[in-house]
Design a binder for this molecule. Structure first.
Ligand SMILES: Cc1ncc(COP(=O)(O)O)c(C=O)c1O
Length: 487
């Protein structure tokens, strides 16, 4: 058992002072408690009020300080160059000419997801990208037509798959296989259960679409094993990385993932609704010159079918307006439209901030910080049994998030108290709060303050009822711990 001193401001301060990534916190604007309460926009002031305790990077990451600088450069370039901004190299701008801003973010983005530069594109939004990718990768036949997806998939993924299935005149009731937890008392899906479900439907399945990290439970799936297992059975594998990108190290190329898509507003800190990203393995995105074709007056290139747009066309012929689509080899060939430069300015600002560390160093801090949160909750959290941790307790099976399922009826009061105290987490009604110490800007002091305020919030919410058992439940109550029993 850890010492009582872990639950102290002194301990947190010492840990924060020793944190090799502590300087990264200063790269972000942390809203103050007064900022959160105010109903007007006001100049950010870090001295007027204490910073809030922001543990919500799983929903919306904080703003890097570079973002306003980069957005201002974009606005100045637009103001001073007009259309010439597309082509002009501006010496004192951090941004590439607009024609190349998409290429400019490929390399750092590829580093974050473990891909080759040409395997990523920053474009569109997550759900739109899932659709574009499924148009190319979900090609049902009379033998293989099913899509495997979790029963509790994020609704947008469920709707996207459902509508893709319907688009092919198939019935979702038989074409969508929903992977449900085998044990109703726990929402977790073990790797063995996923593999067994794949086996059960293997010969009829065209596509497996799963999240790298599950949005509700925070469970980090074994992407490498699951991908390899499905591939051995002839199934195409796609991943939704909304909660994984910038959170856990990924090796999309080496894991042989077919395709993936993500948003950039959570652990990537690019702002609400920011442009998303996608990955297409190089084995699927080649373009061969093809045969001479008399009717089109040139060669007909051969490439994987897709929904196309001019921005996916080879750059050397993009502006020739020939109406003969020759895709850029790689994920860039899946682009449709010229991208929003404002969005890409925010992406570049975030990537330049991320480049001050590595995913491995972030992960190393993240594992410690989330384990610390778990330990403080179990050993010093609310005394009355009023919540359970539904996220896996093994750090290898989760990212930066712990999901806490509150006893029925407590959510509103607990959230109210957290809000009053300037603690920002996110709620999933009816009874779950998700707490995410993001290693780029959160620290031990944030975690301590959350546990202190959460404990008071639970005590207030439960006051007057129930026996004091000094314990919490873990993962569906299978592993109950008494107060002080935790190792
Ligand atoms: C797992 C997951 N999938 C899909 C989405 C939808 O993203 P978007 O609105 O960017 O399409 C989200 C949004 O939070 C998500 O968390």
């Amino acid at each position: 058992m850890s010492s009582q001193s872990e639950y102290s401001a002194e301990y947190a301060k010492i840990q924060d002072a020793q944190d090799p990534l502590r300087h990264l916190r200063d790269e972000f604007i942390i809203p103050t408690r007064a900022d959160l309460k105010r109903k007007t926009l006001a100049a950010h002031s870090s001295t007027a009020s204490e910073p809030s305790t922001y543990l919500c990077g799983n929903s919306l990451g904080l703003q890097p300080r570079l973002t306003s600088k980069y957005l201002n450069s974009y606005l100045s370039a637009w103001a001073t160059k007009g259309v010439l901004g597309h082509f002009t190299e501006i010496e004192d701008s951090p941004l590439a000419p607009w024609l190349h801003v998409d290429d400019d973010v490929m390399e750092p983005m590829a580093k974050i997801v473990g891909a080759k530069r040409e395997e990523v594109a920053v474009m569109q939004t997550l759900t739109a990208n899932l659709h574009l990718l499924m148009c190319s990768f979900y090609r049902p036949t009379k033998d293989r037509w099913k899509v495997l997806i979790e029963g509790k998939a994020f609704p947008s993924d469920h709707y996207a798959v459902e509508s893709q299935v319907q688009h092919h005149d198939l019935d979702p009731a038989s074409a969508m296989v929903l992977i449900e937890p085998p044990d109703p008392s726990s929402p977790l899906l073990s790797t063995s259960h996923i593999l067994a479900t794949i086996d059960e439907h293997a010969s009829e399945t065209a596509l497996l679409l799963l999240p790298g990290i599950q949005f509700y439970t925070g469970q980090f799936f074994d992407m490498k094993t699951i991908t390899a297992h499905a591939h051995e059975r002839g199934i195409v594998v796609g991943w939704d990385l909304a909660h994984a990108v910038g959170n856990v190290p990924l090796q999309l190329h080496d894991w042989n993932v077919d395709f993936a898509a993500w948003c950039n507003y959570k652990y990537m800190n690019c702002g609400p609704g920011a442009i998303g990203g996608l990955f297409v393995h190089e084995k699927h995105s080649g373009v061969s010159a093809g045969q001479e074709n008399a009717t089109t007056d040139g060669k007909t290139p051969s490439y994987r079918p897709r929904l196309s747009g001019w921005w996916g066309n080879d750059k050397s012929s993009r502006f020739r307006m020939e109406n003969r689509f020759v895709p850029i080899p790689g994920a860039g060939g899946f682009q449709l439209s010229n991208p929003s430069v404002a969005d890409l300015a925010a992406v570049r600002a975030s990537l330049d901030t991320h480049a001050k560390t590595t995913m491995l160093d972030l992960r190393s801090k993240s594992v410690k910080l989330t384990a610390h949160l778990q330990r403080l909750l179990l050993e010093h959290g609310p005394k009355e049994r009023c919540y359970e941790i539904i996220t896996p307790l093994d750090p290898e099976e989760r990212g930066a998030q712990l999901s806490l399922k509150l006893r029925e009826g407590l959510l509103e009061s607990v959230m109210e108290h957290l809000e009053e105290e300037g603690v920002v987490v996110d709620e999933r009604r009816p009874d779950v709060i998700r707490v995410a110490p993001a290693p780029l800007y959160n620290n031990y002091s944030d975690v301590l303050r959350f546990v202190q305020v959460f404990r008071a919030a639970c005590e207030r919410a439960t006051r007057g009822g129930g026996a004091e058992t000094n314990s919490v439940m873990v993962n569906g109550g299978r592993e109950e711990k008494g107060w002080g029993d935790v190792k």
